[in-house]
Design a protein. Structure first.
Length: 283
């Protein structure tokens, strides 16, 4: 599939999408993320890891202060800020690539953008905080609208969907309409089908297989599959790093099926995978 080309407009810069797959590197400053919880909870280690992500080939760094893995609990706004801000401030000065703030709270997004973040990555697609569209509009930030179902507490306990692709399409359409109603420019928006969020393993696979159908919405597509539990569930390997190996298959499938951005933990490997897959797609 030949991807549509876009220019994602951000404060003070833009990112060309569609020719070369963009890599968003994950930086979790949490004690309980499923993959790297606690590893970068220390400020200095987190800042060093952020710089490393840029060196490994990341186009964007995505900083998150609250885990959204199955079984995780919400943290207070004050705690989220306490985790994120000490890392964001020095990192924004130290790297050249844009920083994304992974939050569904408008107040956290507002503080983060004021400190140097240029993108808001909202797992709720504007469902959890009615003031988030206004913040994105007023700050001129780029935004990732992700599909999910249920409340923060019930994200991962949703009933099965009769039509996963149709339901995700409808949910993303609703998020886009909220963005449009707030006056957010079209070229500031990226959509994310939310693999693993409120979706059984087979539902996530169907969404991934038919990813190209979301191109009908006419927005760049971001996909985040990195080390997610559905990969372990469908793999027959019990090896400790089976999730990492399985992630590589989902990255290639995402790009072949139209993803413009991949969100990953292992940036160096993902960059190599993306470069080769891009060449195959364009051959």
């Amino acid at each position: 599939m030949i991807r549509e080309k876009y220019n994602w407009r951000l404060p003070r810069t833009s990112i060309s999408l569609g020719g070369r797959t963009a890599v968003m590197g994950i930086l979790n400053v949490t004690p309980d993320s499923f993959s790297d919880g606690g590893v970068y909870f220390d400020r200095d280690k987190a800042v060093a890891r952020g710089k490393e992500l840029e060196q490994e080939g990341a186009d964007i760094i995505d900083i998150g202060g609250e885990s959204s893995r199955p079984g995780s609990e919400a943290v207070s706004e004050a705690e989220e800020l306490r985790r994120v801000m000490p890392v964001l401030e020095p990192l924004a000065r130290a790297v050249r690539i844009p920083i994304s703030i992974d939050t569904y709270r408008s107040s956290v997004a507002d503080r983060a953008i004021d400190t140097g973040a240029r993108i808001v990555n909202d797992i709720s697609g504007f469902r959890f905080d009615d003031d988030m569209p206004r913040v994105v509009k007023q700050t001129g930030a780029g935004v990732v609208l992700m599909h999910s179902r249920g409340s923060r507490e019930t994200l991962h306990t949703q009933s099965r969907m009769d039509d996963p692709v149709g339901d995700v399409m409808a949910g993303l359409s609703d998020s886009v309409k909220k963005a449009q109603a707030a006056g957010i420019p079209k070229d500031a928006i990226v959509i994310d089908p939310g693999i693993g969020f409120g979706k059984a393993a087979d539902e996530s696979l169907k969404v991934l297989k038919r990813l190209n159908e979301f191109s009908k919405l006419d927005y760049p597509i971001l996909v985040g599959t990195s080390r997610k539990s559905f990969i372990r569930l469908i793999s027959s390997s019990y090896a400790e790093d089976a999730r990492a190996w399985g992630t590589t298959a989902t990255i290639v499938a995402s790009i072949v099926n139209g993803a413009h951005i991949i969100r990953v933990h292992d940036v160096r490997q993902a960059r190599a995978l993306a470069d080769v897959t891009d060449r195959i797609v364009l051959a």
